[in-house]
Design a protein around this ligand. Structure first.
Ligand SMILES: Cc1ncc(COP(=O)(O)O)c(C=O)c1O
Length: 470
């Protein structure tokens, strides 16, 4: 092993050249790469060896066993879940984040001060999203962790409202949580935080065919709480139909009642980049905390998301996340270090891919990506709405098309249709259930998707419908 470590480090130039060559080949053919494969792992399992193979031989083994199961999930026709791609600049930043291998914590002092890059990236992101610099932000692994981080601080705020320090003493009484259509990751966060995934007061939606919260019902439920503080989990783009809560109306309620307002804007927050759609997030600056995912519409590699929490809650944030039995780490309020402001202690320089991409493409670059994705989603939605075989389950409000088979008696065929579609490897979509219907979701958040992809997708879909009818 020792020997290979030595020869590998002497041959790092050659190793990186090999990886570069393979990466370029992959990226150049990404659009044609299957979006789904049926292969299971090729050949026998790898075991821990006494002496290893060295990197060159290990790459061969990777290419033989694992490379064939790598799907084009960052390619233009992978419309499943809400899966972004990686811009060239973000790949460059990600590579350098690995090479520089910083443990990003502090902005000053001795040793690693790469947190300055993270702080700068947060400021640029706030600017991109039209949010004020009154938020303190940081990078976590995904929107799930961002929701978790925001709600952890909300929990501390709610405890303080009831005269308790939950971070120190634990939960001893239930917290009121109001929400209409939260993403499953918020519910998971409630469970992780001991707030209870089943402990939500469900507010009605604005209408039967909407996922946005009914402001009227929300206010009625608030009144029933008789002045008790609560957590409101609201949506800046629901995952199924991309419905937005009315942030202006919630801002109005926030002036009247006492609550922590969290917005999950994992991907919908990027509506702020579009002149035509930024009204959807109007008023979100009044929230106490916001979740935004960068590995979705910012198109940086996994794992990247940010939390924004109003800086005025800094002390609550530190109470929640500080390493309280480690005095050698200094006073968290004096020496800023991310390890006292978010769940993880050690972290890579997660902000660097986002910093690169934001610097490389700027406001205009992101406006173009967001606007193009929205217009493609609308076009795809229109084709489906006008077809004989499909119907929309909800209007295309932003970048996601939620649809099903037109023939009501064909509901049992939805899964078969989707399985056949994904089996082609040319496009990938995910199943959903909405308004008593089995449905399919196609989310457009990839910078490479273009009109030609829509044509190809429609062609493939028509063929499958014909095959299913035969
Ligand atoms: C609205 C919303 N919130 C949270 C998440 C969870 O994101 P992640 O998988 O990055 O944790 C998603 C994922 O699609 C989402 O759409």
């Amino acid at each position: 092993m020792k020997e290979y470590l030595k020869t590998d480090s002497e041959n790092i130039d050659h190793i990186l050249e090999m990886i570069k060559k393979q990466s370029v080949e992959y990226l150049d053919t990404l659009a044609d790469r299957p979006t789904s494969v049926n292969n299971t792992l090729v050949s026998e399992k790898g075991d821990l060896l006494e002496s290893g193979f060295g990197t060159e031989e290990t790459l061969k083994i990777f290419n033989q066993r694992f490379e064939p199961i790598m799907v084009g999930s960052s390619g233009p026709r992978y419309l499943g879940f809400v899966t972004g791609g990686s811009t060239p600049a973000s790949i460059a930043g990600d590579w350098l984040a690995t090479v520089y291998d910083q443990n990003t914590q502090s902005t000053s002092g001795q040793g690693d001060i790469s947190a300055n890059i993270e702080i700068e990236t947060i400021e640029i992101l706030l600017d991109l999203l039209g949010l004020p610099q009154t938020f303190l932000g940081g990078f976590v692994s995904g929107a799930t962790m961002s929701n978790f981080t925001c709600m952890a601080v909300a929990r501390q705020w709610l405890g303080k409202e009831q005269g308790r320090d939950i971070a120190k003493d634990g939960m001893s009484a239930a917290i009121k949580i109001l929400t209409a259509t939260p993403h499953s990751s918020s519910i998971k966060s409630l469970s992780l935080l001991g707030m209870g995934s089943g402990n939500m007061i469900r507010i009605k939606t604005a209408a039967e065919d909407r996922e946005a919260i009914s402001i009227q019902d929300l206010e009625e439920q608030i009144i029933k709480l008789n002045g008790e503080s609560f957590l409101l989990i609201s949506s800046g783009g629901t995952v199924n139909t991309v419905d937005f809560d009315d942030f202006k109306e919630i801002s109005r309620l926030k002036e009247k009642y006492k609550f922590w307002w969290h917005i999950d804007a994992a991907f919908g927050g990027f509506a702020a980049c579009s002149d035509d759609y930024k009204h959807l997030v109007s008023g979100w600056e009044n929230a106490d905390s916001i979740t935004v995912d960068c590995h979705k519409w910012l198109n940086v590699p996994y794992e990247s998301a940010v939390f924004f929490i109003k800086e005025q809650y800094k002390i609550l944030q530190v109470e929640t996340f500080q390493n309280s039995n480690a005095p050698y780490l200094g006073d968290p309020l004096e020496n800023f270090g991310y390890l006292n402001f978010l769940p993880e202690n050690s972290r890579r320089l997660k902000a660097l891919p986002a910093w690169f991409s934001l610097m490389a493409y700027g406001r205009k670059g992101y406006q173009e990506i967001v606007d193009r994705n929205i217009s493609l989603a609308r076009k795809f939605g229109q084709i489906l709405a006008e077809s004989n075989d499909f119907k929309l389950l909800a209007p295309v409000r932003l970048n996601t098309v939620c649809f099903t088979l037109k023939d009501e008696s064909g509901q049992d065929k939805v899964n078969a249709f989707l399985a056949a579609l994904n089996d082609t490897g040319k496009v990938f979509m995910t199943p959903t259930f909405y308004n008593q219907h089995k449905g399919i979701r196609a989310a457009f958040v990839n910078w490479q998707t273009c009109e030609k992809d829509i044509e190809l997708i429609v062609e493939v879909m028509k063929k499958i419908i014909t095959d299913l009818q035969d």
